[in-house]
Design a protein around this ligand. Structure first.
Ligand code: CUA
Length: 315
């Protein structure tokens, strides 16, 4: 609905995702509130300064002792306005914090100074992200070194890629074309060149684009290979008879740990368990797993997660 209004205005980015209109609406509302208040305040300053100016040397004004109705009026109005902004912002924040169940997972790893992307079918790209039109896409993001921030102005989405954890971001593109991709967090000398583009293709063209790299390993397949190369399968036996729990159908489920606490098996939990295995040991097992810190890259950890996920998931 805002598309036409801002056409040709280069200071306002193009809107190309399903959430863009709603984000723009709340942004424009807050700008409108700011403009109205600014005009009102400065207008009143000028008007009152003129109206109540000192008219002669000996003029002493009548003392004023305040007005309760006036004070209530200018307390209630701003309260209502800020609550509208808060409620509206919170509503949008929650709405866009949870990706739809049919979202397609794309892995993103930031490093000085590039964005590395891998699609669920295995295709990789650097500083580019191809996505199909009208399909919710969930980015699972981390960083190899420092904090970066993945920012697509045309989609009105931005989220940090933080070393040591996974952040997710989702969007659904509703316009084909090529859009800017920025790193929005100062991350060193070449931060300003850590840029790229997001290419939105109609679904059929996206499938064709994917097929240009046919036969490439999917993250789950690469993860499976890694799983046996690192000998993970010698303990995490599929039948659950090993020295460690079977990883079948565990993704998304809740486990009881040795110390009695409970944890949900998600991306971050698996990552922690690979790098720091003693932090959470499943109940009934011994803390015998060695750390794989330094032996696996961030991308390989993502592949292992994709493999564990492919073994069946609770969600
Ligand atoms: Cu990466 Cu700035």
């Amino acid at each position: 609905m805002w598309d036409n209004l801002f056409e040709g205005l280069s200071f306002f980015p193009e809107a190309a995702s399903t959430i863009a209109g709603e984000i723009d609406a709340v942004f424009l509302f807050s700008v409108a509130v700011t403009v109205v208040c600014t005009v009102l305040i400065f207008g009143m300053i000028v008007f009152l300064a003129v109206k109540f100016r000192r008219r002669d040397e000996n003029f002493v004004p009548k003392p004023i002792h305040g007005s309760t109705p006036l004070e209530i009026f200018w307390s209630i109005i701003p309260f209502i306005i800020t609550q509208i902004l808060f409620g509206w912002g919170a509503y949008l924040f929650f709405k866009y914090s949870s990706p739809p169940a049919d979202a397609m997972d794309v892995h993103v790893v930031g490093k000085q100074w590039m964005w590395k992307v891998q699609h669920p079918e295995g295709k990789r790209e650097i500083n580019q992200l191809h996505v199909p039109l009208g399909q919710p896409v969930r980015l699972i993001m981390t960083s190899e070194d420092v904090v970066h921030s993945f920012y697509i102005p045309a989609f009105r989405v931005k989220r940090d890629a933080v070393p040591g954890r996974y952040n997710t971001l989702w969007f659904e593109a509703n316009k084909t074309g090529e859009f800017h991709l920025f790193c929005a967090e100062y991350c060193g000398t070449e931060h300003s060149r850590m840029i790229g583009s997001v290419v939105v293709l109609p679904p059929r063209e996206y499938d064709e684009w994917l097929r240009t790299d046919d036969g490439v390993e999917t993250p789950a397949e690469a993860g499976e290979r890694l799983f046996s190369r690192l000998r993970c399968d010698s303990c995490h036996a599929a039948e659950g008879v090993g020295r460690a729990p079977s990883l079948r159908n565990v993704f998304g489920s809740t486990v009881t740990l040795k110390d009695g606490s409970r944890a949900t098996i998600d991306e971050t939990f698996i990552r922690e368990s690979i790098l720091n295995p003693t932090h959470a040991v499943a109940g009934g097992y011994d803390a015998v797993m060695p750390t794989f810190q330094g032996q696996v890259t961030e991308e390989q950890i993502l592949e292992l997660i994709a493999y564990i996920r492919s073994l069946g998931a609770d969600r």
